[in-house]
Design a protein around this ligand. Structure first.
Ligand SMILES: [Zn+2]
Length: 479
């Protein structure tokens, strides 16, 4: 039997590579072409992909059910201009589907049965609460997971010959894989897949970086800060001696750029922000000008919707991100309400010559919102107050509890805030933060000062997945 007679689903035979690359150009070609296309050309391109996606969607039981329930029929959607007629779905819909059709839900069509025909990969959501949610990747989906990340890093200046250290474990979480694939398959850079600090200690990470010439890092802010500290304390060296070219990170809701400034000062190099999720891979990224995050618009169609009404909001207003992934087939992702908040900051061409629209940083989770005495409170809105006093570590979690006194129910929020270990004098800090938080949130919250590091577990800090900022204890049964 020769290789061509194999009955196995061989990955490299599962893709027609020439056709694939002509549709999804590699990073340098992409940067000179699609990235700079005029808006009308891009729109026509999005429309073509979207209409193909609709055909795939109608064949998928999850979407067929979801759309039919909303009274949509095939033929109602004639172009991408009609997209908002389709109902959005959330991760709750996917979770329910996976419970009813285990293990992956009919969201994934035939799911595991497709393994006879094509190779597949499964990744999961961060899963800070409950069971993690599984997402399958078909062949082109998996390939795009690496390719889109490679485009991001290329636009941010990564070039062949660079050595990229990736302190993220190649596990069921996506980041390590996605960056490894980007570096190895598409950029001509050497990926150092050292894994997280649990796999390779911070000291060893740094020794490796010095010995093997790491000049680019891809990691989360908390860990990058930790590395700088370990470098000073355990190696007796300044992290700047690494002469790092760039850092590719996920800055989250760093709206006043204080976190970025702190990291850039520590490391002595530019720090670029990126936004992505497990289901979507890279969605939006900063170019060297750092004036908002370019949405990867040939792959992603982004709508911003009002949190309460679900209607589109004007550019500049914040709302839920509703995402359609124009290339994703297994599973198709069509109007996924991520419940992450952001806003469009610019539709204008950028100094980098890219024409993709720009969005703000990730501004928090809309399902983190709590109503306290009639006021909508977003835990992420605590950020500025907490960062405004250098005695805090900048980490916090909001705890909401329900009290009943004499038949009157009252919800109270306590903001637990970490104080730096080196701080000995916390005089006036609690009072100051309570006053400042009341101004920013529009409602009174109590402050509880806690030790540095004590929120790491509960707030999911320094690990993959987003930090958790709300603990709602109102509806938990008392043990
Ligand atoms: Zn730009």
């Amino acid at each position: 039997m020769t290789n061509t007679e194999t009955r196995l689903p061989i990955y490299h035979k599962a893709i027609d590579w020439d056709a694939f690359f002509s549709e999804y150009p590699v990073p340098d070609v992409f940067e000179r072409t699609i990235y700079r296309w005029p808006r009308d050309r891009l729109r026509a391109f999005q429309n073509k992909r979207f209409m193909r996606l609709m055909e795939i969607g109608w064949k998928n039981p999850f979407y067929r059910r979801h759309w039919s329930t909303a009274g949509i029929e095939p033929g109602d959607i004639r172009s991408i201009d009609d997209i908002a007629k389709l109902p959005a779905y959330t991760s709750d819909d996917v979770k329910k589907d996976q419970q009813e059709h285990p293990p992956f839900g009919d969201f994934h069509g035939e799911g595991k049965k497709l393994l006879n025909k094509m190779p597949m990969k499964v990744q999961t959501s961060g899963g800070t609460t409950g069971k993690p949610r599984a997402t399958l990747y078909g062949v082109t989906d998996w390939e795009m997971n690496g390719l889109t990340q490679a485009r991001v890093m290329y636009v941010q200046g990564v070039r062949p010959g660079d050595v990229v250290q990736i302190p993220a474990t190649c596990s069921l979480a996506n980041l390590g894989w996605c960056v490894y694939k980007a570096c190895h398959d598409y950029l001509g850079v050497l990926p150092l897949t050292t894994g997280s600090g649990v796999v390779t200690s911070s000291r060893r990470q740094l020794e490796t970086a010095f010995d093997w010439g790491t000049n680019v890092w891809c990691s989360f802010p908390e860990y990058l800060t930790q590395l700088a500290k370990v470098c000073r304390e355990e190696l007796g060296r300044d992290i700047r001696e690494l002469d790092t070219k760039s850092i590719h990170s996920f800055l989250g809701p760093d709206t006043d750029n204080s976190l970025r400034r702190q990291l850039e000062e520590l490391w002595g190099c530019p720090v670029y922000d990126e936004y992505g999720t497990n289901e979507m891979g890279g969605v939006a990224f900063e170019c060297a000008h750092k004036q908002g995050l370019h949405v990867m618009e040939d792959c992603i169609y982004l709508e911003i919707e009002d949190v309460e009404t679900g209607r589109p909001v004007p550019d500049g207003d914040s709302g839920n991100m509703v995402v359609t992934i124009l290339h994703r087939e297994l599973p198709p992702v069509i109007r996924y309400n991520v419940r992450d908040l952001t806003r469009i900051v610019s539709n204008e061409p950028c100094q980098c010559e890219g024409r993709f629209r720009r969005m703000d940083k990730f501004l928090g989770r809309s399902d983190d919102m709590v109503k306290l005495r009639g006021v909508n409170v977003y835990p992420m809105a605590c950020l500025r107050a907490i960062k405004s006093d250098a005695r805090t570590t900048g980490e916090w979690i909001c705890v909401v509890e329900r009290f009943e006194r004499g038949g009157v129910i009252r919800d109270e929020m306590t903001v637990r805030i970490e104080v730096q270990r080196s701080v000995t004098n916390v005089d006036g800090l609690k009072e100051y933060l309570e006053k400042r938080l009341q101004e920013d949130l529009g409602v009174k919250a109590m402050v509880e000062l806690v030790e540095e590091g004590s929120l790491a577990e509960v707030a999911n800090l320094g690990r993959e997945g987003k930090a958790k900022r709300l603990l709602d204890r109102r509806f938990q049964k008392q043990a």
